[in-house]
Design a protein around this ligand. Structure first.
Ligand code: IPE
Ligand code: IPE
Ligand code: MG
Ligand code: MG
Ligand code: MG
Length: 283
């Protein structure tokens, strides 16, 4: 089984159990995770562990799951009527459409808390687990993804300059993607310094990933995207600010920088990152 298949298998076997007399809360908790998505962040984390120390691969699964739970919570809230107001995601109705808005808010809240419980319960040393909690919390919270989302929502309909747009995207999307590499590095036993170097490369991957996401909104069909397209009309997206062609060129420039930054890295790690870039950031 390849890394993606291993992760999907783990996810299905390790759903959140939430027995109660609520008619559908347990189902709703797992609904968006089971809908898939690319699992780009989990693949980055597990890929680093696999490249550096295969013996830690199985124990890293719980942290990869935590990362996907945080990512899914961010999307469930992002789709709410008060944020992007999107009716479908990953090819299926969003939680507030299938169930109701209260459920979408609470499922997001639960995934956010439960993610850290997954790490606390992981079969890793306490020292590694505290580092994982710190990395994930820092990049998901008010210094990372949430700040990016706050800026994205507040400055809708106000055109930002390119450096402010980058600041926003580096937090909204870059932070969690960079954290994926850093978490993988820490679990695999690399030094904090090496993990931070990978984090910096991850920020660039995250920026390119968001440019690609903005391009998907402008150029893909909703069937291909699995979510509404032409939805960023009032957003500070790269496409709105500099157009499709310049966005593509900018993304390619960042990808070239990533390859350069990776020059002295271990071959397995370079292959992992290059393959994921090829699969999800091209076109
Ligand atoms: C979508 O993330 C939102 C962004 C941060 C760009 P993904 O494109 O990773 O969504 P899934 O997980 O594949 O559905
Ligand atoms: C959302 O960005 C990023 C998050 C942190 C949730 P978008 O709003 O562009 O993501 P999509 O296009 O709805 O997936
Ligand atoms: Mg959004
Ligand atoms: Mg959105
Ligand atoms: Mg988008």
């Amino acid at each position: 089984m390849n890394i993606l298949e291993c992760f999907k298998d783990y996810l299905k076997q390790n759903l959140t159990k939430c027995k109660s007399y609520h008619p559908y809360f347990e189902e709703a908790l797992n609904y968006m995770l089971l809908a898939g998505g690319k699992h780009f962040r989990a693949q980055l984390l597990l890929g680093v562990v696999n490249a550096v120390d295969k013996s830690k691969f199985n124990d890293a699964m719980a942290v990869a799951m935590a990362l996907e739970m945080i990512h899914s919570y961010s999307l469930i809230h992002d789709d709410l009527p008060s944020m992007d107001n999107a009716d479908f995601r990953r090819g299926i109705p969003t939680i507030h459409k299938k169930y109701d808005e209260v459920t979408a808010i609470l499922v997001g809240d639960a995934l956010n808390s439960d993610a850290f419980l997954r790490i606390a319960n992981a079969n890793l040393s306490d020292e590694i687990k505290v580092k994982c909690v710190r990395i994930l919390a820092h990049n998901a919270g008010s210094a990372g993804m949430v700040l990016g989302q706050a800026l994205d929502c507040f400055f809708e309909k106000t055109t930002l300059e390119l450096d402010k747009l980058e600041f926003l995207h580096l937090r909204k999307t870059g932070a969690l993607i960079a954290a994926s590499l850093e978490l993988g590095a820490i679990i695999a036993g690399l030094s904090d310094e090496k993990a931070k170097e990978l984090y910096k490369i991850g920020l660039k991957i995250g920026l390119a990933f968001q440019i690609q996401d903005d391009l998907i909104d402008a150029t893909a069909t909703s069937e291909e995207a699995g979510k509404p397209v032409n939805h960023d009309e009032f957003k500070n997206s790269f496409v709105n600010l500099i157009g499709v062609e310049r966005s593509k060129a900018y993304k390619e420039k960042i990808i070239a920088q990533i390859s350069e930054n990776l020059q002295n890295y271990d071959e397995n790690l370079v292959n992992l990152i290059s393959n994921l870039i090829e699969k999800y950031l091209k076109g």
